[in-house]
Design a protein around this ligand. Structure first.
Ligand code: SAM
Length: 353
């Protein structure tokens, strides 16, 4: 039912306002509390007693319980509501006309990415929230049940199957894995560092290609994930003489390599700690600790993500690095482009590309 505007039922005096509390009772005492009023108001016009309306006021400050001010305040509320509804009526169709094509263009351009995000990130996050079991643990259970233990290739293909069918727990996958394999085969490193172990997929890929005297040090900032990934590597048949898992933030673990682990330099570094936000910071840390020297090769994963933009522009301008880009697709998402950047450390102050 349409309510009349308050100015039509003027004049209102204090005695025509009755406050009712939420149970519908009319409380005794003054009609309006000094300093403010709350609740339902029944308003009646003295001159036209038939107009009798109810208003719900959540918070209304009325000085000294003055009825004139109450009338004014309620008028304001009614008018505000009216103008808001009027404005919405005009603006909603305009907004719809403008936003609909923009939204549909965005969805059609990014639909593959959206589906990928929904399948591999959102559902994974939801499962973790509901079960308290991480994606890495779920993948490990699947590998434990379905792979041939002691065979790295079998563990890798079982992980591929899991990531393809259920949820993606690696940022590498088969296509980027081929690039990683080819760089490891070319460099033949003795000391290798991986940043961001995750489920252990790329750690297994690297470790299975190392020569007997080589060793992979793999850093994972989350100790729970590091534990699962270490188990995964053992299931793949890799030995602790071939790899060492180090849990903790790189700001604490990287400075320990020289004094505690006796590592002088890394021949090959794989930066795979997420979407590239920490690539530059961790690379600077390695430089600062003197763990890179002439000929050290760094392969940075997922560099087409926005988080890696600063890293890319910095290393491509840095004369100490010779850089090359490996285009590829996102893991298990053939239609989504991704890329890896390979850097070769030149002499300090040496010529770049
Ligand atoms: C996408 S996963 C890596 C997956 C791994 N490359 C693989 O192929 O299985 C990223 C991992 O990096 C870890 N991480 C993120 N930032 C890190 C950092 N600065 N140092 C070490 N680990 C990091 C995260 O906890 C996460 O487990």
């Amino acid at each position: 039912m349409r309510l009349p505007f308050i100015h039509k039922i003027n004049p209102i005096s204090a005695c025509s306002c009755r406050r009712r509390d939420l149970s519908g009772q009319t409380p005794r005492g003054p009609l309006l509390q000094k300093g403010g009023a709350r609740g339902r108001f029944w308003m009646r016009c003295r001159t036209r007693p038939t107009i009798y309306r109810r208003f719900t006021v959540k918070s209304l400050r009325v000085k000294n319980g003055h009825s004139g001010k109450l009338t004014k305040a309620l008028q304001g509320i009614r008018k505000d509501k009216g103008s808001l509804v009027q404005n919405m009526k005009v603006w909603l169709p305009v907004l719809a006309v403008v936003l609909l094509p923009v939204c549909s263009a965005l969805v059609s351009h990014y639909h593959r990415w959206l589906i990928h995000f929904y399948r591999h990130r959102f559902l994974s996050w939801l499962r973790t929230c509901l079960t308290g079991i991480s994606g890495e643990e779920r993948a490990f259970r699947y590998v434990l049940m379905n792979s041939t233990h002691g065979k790295p290739e079998s563990v890798l293909s079982t992980l591929d199957e899991w990531c393809c069918k259920y949820e993606c727990v690696t940022d590498t996958g088969p296509e980027k894995g081929q690039i990683l394999d080819s760089v490891v085969r070319r460099v033949v490193p003795v000391s290798v560092l991986q940043l961001g172990m995750g489920c252990g997929y790329s750690a297994i890929r690297i470790a299975r290609l190392l020569t007997p005297r080589a060793k992979l040090y793999t850093l994972e900032q989350d100790p729970r994930i590091a534990e699962v990934a270490e188990e995964m590597m053992l299931v793949a048949g890799l030995k602790h003489t071939q790899f060492q898992v180090i849990a903790g933030p790189p700001t604490e673990t990287i400075p320990r390599f020289k004094p505690s682990l006796g590592v002088e330099r890394f021949d090959f570094v794989f930066l795979s700690q997420g979407q590239g936000e920490n690539h530059l910071r961790d690379l600077c840390l390695l430089e600062k600790e003197g763990l890179l020297s002439e000929g050290s090769v760094i392969l940075a994963n997922s560099v087409t993500h926005a988080g890696a933009a600063g890293f890319l522009s910095s290393v491509r301008r840095d004369p100490r690095y010779h850089t090359s880009f490996h285009p590829c697709s996102a893991p298990y998402g053939k239609d989504i482009t991704d890329g890896m950047e390979e850097l070769v450390f030149q002499k300090e102050g040496g010529g770049g590309n």
